[in-house]
Design a protein around this ligand. Sequence first.
Ligand SMILES: Cc1cc2nc3c(=O)[nH]c(=O)nc-3n(C[C@H](O)[C@H](O)[C@H](O)COP(=O)(O)O)c2cc1C
Length: 232
Amino acid sequence: MINKDSRSIKQQLDNIDIVTTNRNEQQQLVQLHILGIAGSMRQGSYSTQVLKMVLEEAKKYKTDTQILELRQVNLPIYDPSASNKSSSNNDIEMVSNALKWADSIILSSPDYHGSMSGAMKNFLDYFWEEFAGKTCGYIVASHEKGLTAVDQMRTAIRQCYGWSMPYNISINGEKDFNSKRVIVNSVLMNRIKILARDLSVYGKLIRNQFLMDVANKEVPETYAAHYRDYYN
Ligand SMILES: Cc1cc2nc3c(=O)[nH]c(=O)nc-3n(C[C@H](O)[C@H](O)[C@H](O)COP(=O)(O)O)c2cc1C
C-alpha cells in the first residue's frame, strides 16, 4: 500500500544531480521511483505475484519501488462531472500522490475478454498528465498471450504521452506456476529479470530527459513544453 508523499516538480528536480561528462553537461536522476499497479481484484492473482517479483528485481538497480493493488483501494467508477479527482476520497488522493511520486510505472492486469480488467481501466480513466514523460512496462495474466489486453494499456498510455517498453510479460498461471506457486517456466523468469533491468535503465533515461526539457524553457520544440504549467 502506498504511504509515501508525492513529489512536487521542485522535489523531483532536487532528485537530480548535475554531473559533468567529457562531452557535455548532463543531469541524472539520483534514484528512479517505480510504481507497480496491480489490476486484479483476485486474491492469489498471478499478475500481482509477477508484478511483485519484477519490483523486487528492480531494486538491484538502485531503484525505489512501490506497489498499488487496486483491490485494496476505493476508486469509484470515474465520473468526470463529479470532478472527483479532487474529491474528499482519501484513496483518490493517495493514488494521485503515488502516481506523482513515480518516474516509471508497471501496469499489470488480468486478461478479461481480451481486454484489461475493469479495475485497471477505471484507474487509468482518473489520470492523464501523471503518465507523461514516464516509461511503462506491462504484465498480463492470460490463458493465451494477452496481447490485445496489453495493446489496450499501451494505447491508453500513448494517449497520455507516456512511453512504453517494446515488449510485455505474459503469464499463463496454470502452466507457468506449480502447485506451490513457484514459477516453473525459465523463459518467464528471464523476462522478469529483463523487464526489471530495462525499465530501470531506459525509464531513467527518458525521465531524465523529460524533466530537463520541462525545466529548460529555452526549448519550445518539445512535447515536454506542454507540461511546464502542470509541473510548476
Ligand atoms: C471475466 C473473465 C474473463 C476472462 N477472459 C479471458 C480471455 O478473454 N482470455 C483469456 O485467455 N483468459 C481470460 N480469463 C482468464 C484470466 O485471464 C486468468 O484467469 C488470469 O490468470 C487472471 O489474472 P489474475 O490471476 O492476475 O487474477 C478471464 C477471466 C475472467 C474472470
